[in-house]
Design a protein around this ligand. Structure first.
Ligand SMILES: [Zn+2]
Length: 235
């Protein structure tokens, strides 16, 4: 039985194949109340408190309302195909203070169970900012994706910061191609347009947290290409 009234059926025959991570950006009690308020029209399947208590708010079989307008690979409207997890973290945008150890341990335990239950591969564990790069920043650059990947719960390729911006047409096109192969919804325009800038910043939040907002560089392209090559699209 779902605790929150904010859910509906998934499309016929659709099972969850993605997990989307969020942070609440408000105190725990307020976040819980909002996720259960019929007026708010938002919800998530799980809410994990800063001290590591995971509460189920919506049954995983059902469609919760956490992703909003969103896209990844061929999917529009990620709520249809995903399980949403809200992490209790007051913000500010970017996610600070850092997510506590107890909360990360609880998340790892929950993620492993969800991935087992629904046969979800590690490349399908995503940030809200990945699927809505023009309007969302959560769970932010303070969130430790590398740690999740070490436990097989996400994907990761190490990289170095770069001080050499490279936003010429060829480098931008290479980034757009690699980001698209990874799953980001971006057109191959060869131009650093607003949509591409938003995807670059989302990519940095995930994989280059030491330079969020920096210009494109060849190292970011290499990293995106290696990620796409190591975790090719399965669905
Ligand atoms: Zn979110």
């Amino acid at each position: 039985m779902s605790v929150s009234p904010n859910f509906g059926p998934r499309p016929a025959g659709v099972r969850p194949s993605f997990v989307i991570l969020h942070y609440t950006e408000m105190p725990l009690a307020a976040a819980r109340a909002r996720l259960c308020d019929p007026e708010a029209q938002v919800s998530a399947h799980w809410l994990i408190s800063a001290n590591g208590v995971a509460e189920a708010l919506v049954d995983e079989e059902m469609r919760a309302w956490h992703a909003g307008v969103s896209a990844w690979r061929a999917h529009d409207n990620l709520n249809d195909v995903s399980i949403g997890i809200e992490l209790d973290n007051p913000g500010p945008p970017g996610g600070s203070p850092p997510f506590p150890e107890t909360q990360m341990a609880a998340l790892e335990k929950l993620l492993a169970a969800i991935m087992e239950r629904w046969a979800i591969p590690p490349e399908n564990i995503l940030a809200h900012s990945d699927v809505a790069p023009d309007r969302k920043v959560d769970p932010g650059e303070k969130f430790d994706w590398r740690r999740l990947a070490r436990s097989g719960l996400s994907v990761w390729v190490d990289s170095e910061p770069s001080s050499v911006p490279a936003e010429d047409a060829a480098t931008v096109a290479a980034f757009q191609r690699a980001a698209r192969a990874l799953g980001y919804r971006v057109e191959e325009t060869s131009a650093m347009d607003d949509a591409t800038r938003a995807v670059l910043t989302a990519f940095q939040r995930r994989f280059r947290p030491f330079e969020v907002g920096a210009p494109l560089c060849a190292e970011a392209v290499r990293q995106a290409e290696e990620l796409a090559a190591r975790w090719p699209v399965r669905r």
